[in-house]
Design a protein around this ligand. Structure first.
Ligand code: PAF
Length: 302
């Protein structure tokens, strides 16, 4: 039974019942921006595709805790441009009522929930895309062609429309975060991108909207991905060879039932593979478990 939130209904006559302001189109977003102008508070922006879990709420809480005391706006938009598989787009969980109730409970100031044609109107969408460059070529980019161009394009649009001072992204999607940071730096977007550490279940599994597709056995196996990252990090810091550590981790995961796509040591900025641990390293991993593709990572230094 979904939680109910009266202010899921706009206009703000219902605001007394529910403090989160729901903005469903560009005019409503502009109206809210005009209203908050006099308050002289910056905006902190948390982009999401909905189906909110504790990881998203943690991003919102981190935004609320910023010393600049920003107004916090969360967007919910299942972005068709970043799905290279239509079946994947169709089955992406949409749980708007629950999401709004959670955001209300969390006390965020506004939620931007545009329908697809408000953000990507057919008549205006002639296919201009952000090219995320070499950072998008490997890893998730190789597995999901076009995904990062679609993601960067929508994030660029949202940043232009919302004009936040801060935008918060989880480290769970490490490559996404690296690409957004590079886009903002290379194209001089006037926003601070804040990286927020991955939120995990008590058994170590990184929180993700996709976890709900794991069956009971797969859910019991899934934390082994993070366990292997931790084990590999430990082995690398006591100077075992990178190649043998990565090989061992892939073999352990395969034995546990994963189909490993990559389990690699990279430079955390360029995302290029490393053959030796450096002060700026990250272990990146992606593996299929049943129908679910899991990704995770761990920062590591000598
Ligand atoms: O991480 C996500 O949920 C999406 O990629 C994002 C950043 C909201 C862009 O659609």
């Amino acid at each position: 039974m979904p939680m109910q939130c009266a202010a899921a209904v706009f206009p703000p006559t219902t605001k007394a019942l529910c403090s989160v302001r729901k903005l469903t189109n560009l005019a409503q977003l502009a109206q809210w921006q005009a209203e908050i102008e006099t308050r002289a508070r910056p905006i902190a922006f948390v982009p999401t595709m909905g189906n909110l879990h504790a990881g998203h709420l943690h991003l919102a809480a981190q935004a609320q805790a910023l010393t600049a005391k920003p107004l916090v706006l969360v967007s919910i938009f299942v972005n068709p441009l970043q799905f290279n598989d239509v079946a994947d787009l169709a089955r992406y969980p949409r749980t708007l009522d629950d999401d709004l109730a959670r955001l209300h409970e969390a006390g965020v100031d506004a939620v931007f929930v545009p329908p697809v044609d408000a953000l990507l109107p057919e008549a205006e969408n002639h296919g201009v895309r952000i090219d995320p460059g070499p950072l998008a070529e490997r890893w998730e980019g190789a597995a999901r062609p076009g995904h990062f161009a679609g993601m960067a394009t929508i994030v660029a649009k949202l940043l232009h429309l919302i004009r936040p001072q801060f935008a918060l992204f989880g480290e769970k999607d490490f490559q996404q975060l690296a690409i957004v940071q590079a886009m903002v730096r290379d194209l001089n977007f006037p926003v601070d991108i804040l990286a927020v550490p991955t939120q995990r279940a008590p058994d170590g599994l990184a929180l993700s909207s996709r976890n709900r597709f794991l069956n009971e056995d797969e859910r019991a196996t899934a934390p082994k991905l993070y366990a292997q990252l931790v084990q590999a990090a430990g082995a690398l810091t006591v100077a075992e060879s990178v190649e043998s550590v990565l090989h061992k981790a892939r073999a352990e995961l395969t034995t546990a039932g994963f189909i490993v796509d990559y389990f690699t040591l990279c430079d955390a900025t360029s995302l290029q593979p490393l053959s030796r641990l450096s002060a700026n390293s990250v272990l990146l991993a992606a593996a299929q478990l049943g129908a679910v593709r899991l990704i995770d990572n761990l920062r590591i230094s000598p």
